[in-house]
Design a protein around this ligand. Structure first.
Ligand code: FE2
Ligand code: FE2
Length: 186
């Protein structure tokens, strides 16, 4: 396989694994707070947390044979995710839904680009990502259906998207930029 292709595939896994790691922390923090403040959201958040744990394990398992390793700044993802989860859960139900929408929409966009790139290059990884994407769309749809209109939604969502992109960039040492560039050129 072309060296640049295998490098891009390795980066895709690194970024996705870090993303799932962060998502686990977001939902874990939200479940913790929601038990006290928004109990009716706990079933959705717990189920979603279970999905993200499963995604993280599956990406981790796909790494060795593709010469990929978890980024060493995973702790940053963890702290960033947990903080985002805590703050949004303390802000209330709508902030949790806006957070879910922002994070899941970002994930969805990355996965869609990756699927195009992996076509004919790594069919096994492509089908793994396609399966995971079905659940991510479910998370996104649930959030979109439960957001209440508010003038604060757009700025909060923008803030979360920017924060998510910065943390993913820092924790993957820019691998996400090189991944996106390679996907655009392909
Ligand atoms: Fe996920
Ligand atoms: Fe998700």
């Amino acid at each position: 396989m072309d060296l640049s292709v295998s490098k891009t595939i390795s980066r895709i896994l690194k970024v996705n694994h870090a993303g799932e790691f962060g998502a686990i922390r977001i939902y874990r923090a939200q479940v913790f707070v929601a038990r006290y403040l928004i109990p009716d959201l706990v079933p959705f958040l717990s189920e979603t947390l279970g999905h993200e744990i499963d995604h993280c394990l599956k990406f981790r398992a796909a790494m060795p044979e593709r010469g990929s390793r978890p980024c060493y700044a995973m702790g940053l993802w963890g702290i960033g995710g947990y903080t985002l989860g805590l703050i949004t859960a303390l802000m209330g139900r709508n902030a949790v839904m806006v957070c879910t929408k922002a994070v899941e929409a970002t994930v969805h966009q990355h996965l869609t680009e990756q699927l195009v790139f992996l076509e004919g290059r790594d069919e096994a990884l492509k089908s793994l990502i396609a399966d995971i994407q079905i659940q991510e769309i479910g998370h996104l749809d649930y959030a979109q259906a439960h957001i209440c209109p508010s003038p604060f939604n757009a700025p909060l969502e923008g803030l979360i998207v920017v924060a998510t992109e910065i943390v993913i960039w820092l924790s993957t040492q820019g691998a996400v930029t090189r991944m996106t560039r390679a996907l655009e050129q392909a």
